[in-house]
Design a protein. Structure first.
Length: 142
């Protein structure tokens, strides 16, 4: 039974005709997605995204504009009792990314291994993204 919302905030960092994607592995569950993560109590969506980019990439970002908010039901891939609500923003940063590989702990005691990569912003990108919510956000830029 679904009895919780999980609000996820993601950023599309664009440099020229490329965007940054995150290849992630949480206990063997592999996914390719946009950078970002879960909204925490006491923070707004912009604060969340700024925190996530700092935690994952050690860079500061600015929010350019809202790209997409989910309009359909999304079941969590990790928890049977959660519904996902995702908000995607176009973001900007002039800072240099010093490491494209990070590992973070999750709230449920697992490890999230990230490998970030620049990918061409074109229709082929839609085929590598794991989640439809990310594909819907990218469609706003194509």
């Amino acid at each position: 039974m679904i009895d919780k919302f999980n609000v996820r905030i993601y950023g599309v960092l664009k440099k020229g005709n490329k965007i940054l994607v995150s290849h992630e592995n949480i206990d063997g569950y592999e996914m390719t997605k946009l950078p970002g993560g879960g909204l925490e109590f006491g923070e707004g969506p912009h604060d969340c995204l700024i925190r996530e980019f700092d935690e994952e990439l050690k860079i500061s970002i600015s929010i350019v504009n809202l790209l997409h908010t989910t309009t359909n039901y999304i079941q969590s891939a990790f928890r049977a009792d959660e519904q996902i609500i995702a908000i995607h923003y176009l973001v900007h940063s002039d800072e240099h990314i010093s490491s494209y590989n990070t590992t973070q702990g999750t709230k449920v005691g697992k490890q999230n291994i990230h490998h970030f990569e620049w990918k061409e912003l074109n229709s082929e990108l839609l085929n590598i993204l794991t989640f439809d919510m990310d594909r819907q956000a990218i469609l706003q830029l194509l």
